[in-house]
Design a protein around this ligand. Sequence first.
Ligand code: UD1
Ligand code: CA
Length: 450
Amino acid sequence: MATAFIILAAGKGTRMQSDLPKVLHPIGGAPLLVHAMKSGAALDPDHMVVVAGHGAEQVEAAAKDWNPEAQVVVQSEQLGTAHAVAQAAPALAGFNGDAIVLYGDTPFISDATLAAMSAARLTHDIVVLGFEAADPGRYGRLVMDGTTLTKIVEFKDADDATRAITLCNSGVVCADVGTLFDLVASVGNDNAAGEYYLTDIIEIARTRGLSATAVTCDEAETLGINSRAELAAAEALFQANARVRLIDDGVTMLAPDTVFLSHDTVIGRDAVIEPNVVFAPGVTVETGATIRAFSHLEGCHVSRGAVVGPYARLRPGAELAEHVKIGNFVEVKNAQIAEGAKVNHLSYIGDATIGAGTNVGAGVITCNYDGVFKHQTTIGENVFVGSNTMLVAPVMLGDDAMTASGSVITRDVPAGDLAVARARQENKAGLARRMFEKLKKLKASKAKGS
Ligand code: UD1
Ligand code: CA
């Protein structure tokens, strides 16, 4: 069945106390909106329509950044959820299939739940996602008659008997797109809030001989974010779920609660993640790699059998081949490091390529920035870069070359050559001892004087 998603994201989110539109607050390193867009990816939607309002320009940019084909429509006044859905109609003109209404502030709806809703469409015209609420609070209530959903009553409009119902409305709805837009066009705003309620479509549908039902999911899936506290709680839930997923897939985590993951973190089986590691977005770690304690990784790729850290920082564009070693206090950015190469201590490697089997000594720095431009450092295979070598880019070291420690390398080093680029050492016979004596005398005379 062809499917379109309509994601409501026009609300202001006043309770976030923020200049950033609510749906752009991140969990797992991605905006809430992106999580909503990712949910149901398994249904492979043909259209993704985002209804933006507050901060529409920023919301549009974020939506298109994740999915360039996303369509963004603007609801300039937030007159209610039915009104919001109606804004998507022009974007879906000519589309035949089902529409699923989702919410930009509700990041955890699972593929399985949306698939269950799609399946329930085989027997009903409208499918609403409900959940048994531990505390039904101010949610809309689903009024059921057997498997038939007869109406949804908003809390504000509910009598005591209806408020006693614990089956609540998540807001997620699935229906044929033509039916949905016909129904929302008929919704009025004669209610306690004076809003156009999407929930009213159920009663209108019944008067037209259409049937509705509810599919249920776990309450945790329908968690919506309205405040900073809820955002923090959602982050914690995201992290807990993401860790469990990786552990179930065969990743070893010594202290899972101290490992922070992103929405797109990929880690292969038998990888070992030591305590206190942060995975910012865009990281892939292959099977059997080890990420040692207190490392920070972002936008990088760590191949099989590589060892990173402790205390390493991999920045965007760091590409480590198999069995590479990156040790403590090493920062790598936009650099390809070939198989078996080692950068073990206190280095900065930026805008560089390092060949297989090369050893980079302690304290080596690629001086990649001249204050205006970035330059490339190219290091061949089986090179030995002496400790504290400054590689002033652009510069190349050929295969099997060596640099003497403390060298400042400003010119290319041909393959097999040894470059020494530092002042020659001179030993002054006895001068140290004479200096010490002189200084000690001076100190003693000053002590007497005071
Ligand atoms: C809605 C449901 C309620 C359900 C609850 C679940 C209605 C009338 N009520 O209530 O039954 O239990 O969600 O959380 O649908 N939005 C727009 N434009 C608008 C209005 C809303 O984009 O004009 C967006 C909001 O940004 C928000 C979402 O739709 O993300 C829900 O709107 P909100 O006003 O929060 O609805 P609730 O009162 O929570
Ligand atoms: Ca809400």
